[in-house]
Design a protein around this ligand. Structure first.
Ligand code: 2IT
Length: 445
């Protein structure tokens, strides 16, 4: 297998799918030499097969807004690969959603889910619907219309969607309600459900908590400790909140957070009141962090700035794909940052990763760092299948164990001859091997 040849073929076919091509190239570059030591992979055309989703479902979503106007959106479900378990992955509701983004996310999800140690395949879906400024009733009608089409394609042993950007507990509730109405089955077909109807404790916190458990492992591996370290993070959604909460609990100081309108310089770190306010801001649906500085006088609003302009030890992008550019990375490096852990999916542009790796600082990719979210979804599936619910401590302990094993797998497959751990390579190779071997075992399908 030659990455350049596969990429040339994919570019000719999907030239406009920039994010998808970016995600594929990152994985292929990492796995190329290991792959070529396995002639059985080459003979079975594993790479050619793994870069094509099993199938893509596209549908029209028609709904009526509060003014009585008919609105039309596009819905998708990309069922990428089910070699190791049912398709599993979130739904994203955001105006930027298109096939390139959902294919990149579904592709990443396949390897991420493989890393979790749980039997889950990869999928992703969503819509170009923009939840910003919509009333609860509009959100409900949209979710119902979306499920009216999606329901035939999902099932607890077939495909289990969850949340992603723009889809949280409220949306999962409306989606579950319509699924139940249509099928008359309450079977755990979605994860991220409310606790009253089959949800798992710790699921809302899991992505951010898991990321910090991964960071703890990474620091320990390098003889370091998180206590007293300065953390900068982006985003003020559920994931950023979970990361800020756990970082603070572990003794780090979250000195910067950023949203679309600018950054907050927060030299005193977080308090419970500030963490709660992060959630409040998010619920307001206004997409701004500026009010944070008005409410807390020890914090300063830096209009139009990113969190990366604040001096920190650890950078945690928690917002969106490609949110960190090479220039951002250079700014962090110049300020002495020595660890960057991607919490968002593909949060760093290739130039940023290159800059971090060239500077030999610690860098870990999203598919390893943020896998705690989907792993806890997997634990929600297990609880639903057994018709039981575990205590928070039990879920947290399992999440901890899973993040430990993901870190271990990265070290096993990513340690370079000079001792530097290439976590990108480690995560990609470890995630790939399991899926490839499962595909091989299952024949030509
Ligand atoms: O990117 C992700 O891993 C998620 N949005 C969570 C997916 C899930 O099925 O919980």
């Amino acid at each position: 297998m030659k990455t350049s040849e596969i990429m040339a073929r994919l570019s000719a076919k999907y030239g406009d799918q920039k994010e998808f091509l970016q995600a594929v190239e990152e994985v292929l570059v990492s796995i190329e030499d290991v792959y070529n030591q396995h002639p059985e992979f080459e003979a079975a055309k594993i790479v050619e097969r793994i870069v094509e989703p099993d199938r893509i479902v596209t549908f029209r979503v028609t709904w009526v807004d509060d003014e009585g106007q008919i609105q039309v959106n596009t819905g998708y479900r990309v069922q990428f690969n089910n070699a190791i378990g049912p398709y599993k992955g979130g739904l994203r509701f955001h105006p930027s959603v298109n096939l390139s983004i959902l294919k990149f996310l579904g592709f990443e999800q396949t390897f991420k889910n493989s890393l979790t140690t749980l039997p889950m395949g990869g999928g992703k879906g969503g819509s170009d619907f923009n939840p910003k400024g919509k009333s609860d009733a509009e959100i409900m009608r949209f979710c119902q219309a979306f499920m009216l089409e999606l329901w035939r394609n999902i099932g607890p042993d077939m495909d289990v969607p969850a949340g992603d950007i723009g889809v949280g507990g409220r949306e999962i509730g409306f989606l579950e309600g319509m699924y139940k109405k249509l099928t008359r089955e309450h079977n755990g077909v979605l994860t991220g459900k409310g606790l009253q109807y089959g949800g798992s404790l710790i699921r809302p916190e899991a992505t951010g908590f898991g990321a910090l458990y991964f960071v703890e492992n990474l620091l320990k591996e390098h003889g370091k400790d998180i206590k007293g370290k300065k953390v900068a993070l982006s985003g003020f959604g559920n994931v950023a909140w979970g990361a800020a909460t756990k970082a603070t609990q572990l003794g780090a100081k979250v000195v910067a957070i950023s949203g679309p309108d600018g950054a907050i310089y927060n030299p005193e770190g977080m308090t419970q009141e500030k963490l709660d306010y992060m959630l409040e801001l998010r619920a307001s649906n206004n997409d701004v962090v500026a009010p944070f500085a008005e409410k807390f006088p020890d914090a300063t609003f830096l209009p139009g700035k990113k969190a990366w302009s604040v001096k920190c030890d650890i950078a945690l992008p928690c917002a969106f794909q490609n949110e960190m550019s090479a220039a951002d990375a250079e700014e962090l490096l110049a300020n002495g940052t020595w660890l960057c852990a991607e919490v968002s999916n593909m949060g760093c542009q290739p130039g940023a990763i290159e800059a971090f790796q060239k500077a030999r600082i610690l860098f870990a990719p999203g598919k390893a760092v943020n896998a705690g979210g989907v792993a806890t979804s997997g634990l929600e599936m297990s609880q639903n299948a057994m018709h039981i619910s575990w205590k928070a401590e039990e879920v947290d302990q399992r999440l901890h164990g899973i993040m430990d094993s993901i870190h271990k797998a990265c070290v096993q497959y990513g340690t370079q001859p000079d001792g530097y751990i290439n976590y990108v390579k480690g995560a990609n190779v470890a995630g790939f091997m399991k899926v490839a071997e499962a595909m091989l075992a299952q024949g030509v399908i």
